[in-house]
Structures are given as C-alpha cells and as structure tokens.
Design a protein around this ligand. Sequence first.
Ligand code: S3P
Length: 213
Amino acid sequence: MSAKPDESRARSIVDLLAGRAVVLVGIMGAGKSAIGRRLAERLNLPFVDADTEIEAAANMTIPEMFEIHGEAYFRDGERRVITRLLSDGPQVLSTGGGAFMNDETRSRIKADSLSIWLYADFDILMERVRRKANRPLLKSPDPEAVMRALLEERNPVYAQADISVESRDGPHDVVVDAVVSSLHAHLLAAAGNSLHRPQGAADTASAPEPTGK
Ligand code: S3P
C-alpha cells in the first residue's frame, strides 16, 4: 500500500532537513511547546523543550533560577543547553522566548537548523500567558506593558527566522498544518535553488545581472 499524502510529505520534509533540527522561536504564549510537540508527532521526530532541559540541567525551575541566581545565570544555562541540544541531530526543538535574542544562540540556530517564528495577536498572547504564573519576566504590576516592550524589541529579531507562521487561536492542528505546509514549501524551494544555482553564485533569488556585456 502506498503512503498517505501526509506521511509522504512528512518523510520528504525529514529527508530535506538532512539531519538538521527544526527550531521554534517566538514570544511567550506563541504556542512553541504545544505546536512543537504536535509537529514532532507529525514528522516522527523526537520533541525537545529547551526550557525543560535547562530546568533538568540546573535541577531547579526557571522561576527559582531567576529568583536565586538572577536572569544572567538562566541566560547562560539557556545558551549552553541549546548549543548541546542542537548537536543532537533531527528533532523538533522549542526554545524559550529569549533564546533567539542571544547572538551566539541565534547564529547556531541559523547554521544548524531550520527555524520557525510562531507569532500571534497581542490579545491572544496575553490570554495564553495569563493561564500560567510561571514566567518571571511577566511578574510585574503591568504585564501588558512588559509584553509590548518585549514584542517591540524582539519581533525584528524573531523575523530573522527562516519561516514565519501565525499561531492563531483554535485547534492546534490547524497551526500545525500551516507549519508543515510552509516548512515543506521552504525546503523544496531551497533544494530547487541549490540545484539550479551555478557554483559560487550568491544565495539570493535576485542577484544583480552582470554588467559590461
Ligand atoms: C522567557 C520565556 C520563557 C522562559 C523564561 C524567559 C523569555 O519561555 O524561557 O521565562 O525571555 O521570553 P516561554 O517562551 O516558553 O514562555
């Protein structure tokens, strides 16, 4: 029996990833873990949550880390743990909202993986983050102002991810479908570009025409 279209597309994505990880980036409440877990199931890849791994390595929760050692300690652990995880090969890796802001982490993610920015409407983000009180950055008298400031600072950086997908409210599977489609299209286009590009040509679709004919 031949494979179902979903299965053959998942296999094609994993082949085109050629051993790289898929890394989800985006602000708190974007749904990186919920979508990441389901995406991993679809692709038959392991799912890894960077924040869970950081907590295991430090043997304490993220709120404890912030409270006892401060944010810098957490950021250092975050950078080291993500570097280690990226060397583990094919997987779906969800990262905490600040991870992609670190220059070294971002360079590694760009070099070793396919990155996906999950973004969402402000009101949806706030509604989601209000459900859990485990985010030290939002323990503020005005979490909305903190969220707005973080979005302003971070969105231009998240936008450097390879793919952007809106994390709408509603069934997770709808967002996962959108991620799978974008991921497949991106990987196919990249494979097509590298097949057709003469050796040494720039990696851009609109390289200027040679002059002086
Ligand atoms: C943070 C986001 C959190 C967690 C930590 C810091 C951030 O992860 O890593 O509280 O800087 O945005 P989520 O994005 O999974 O909530």
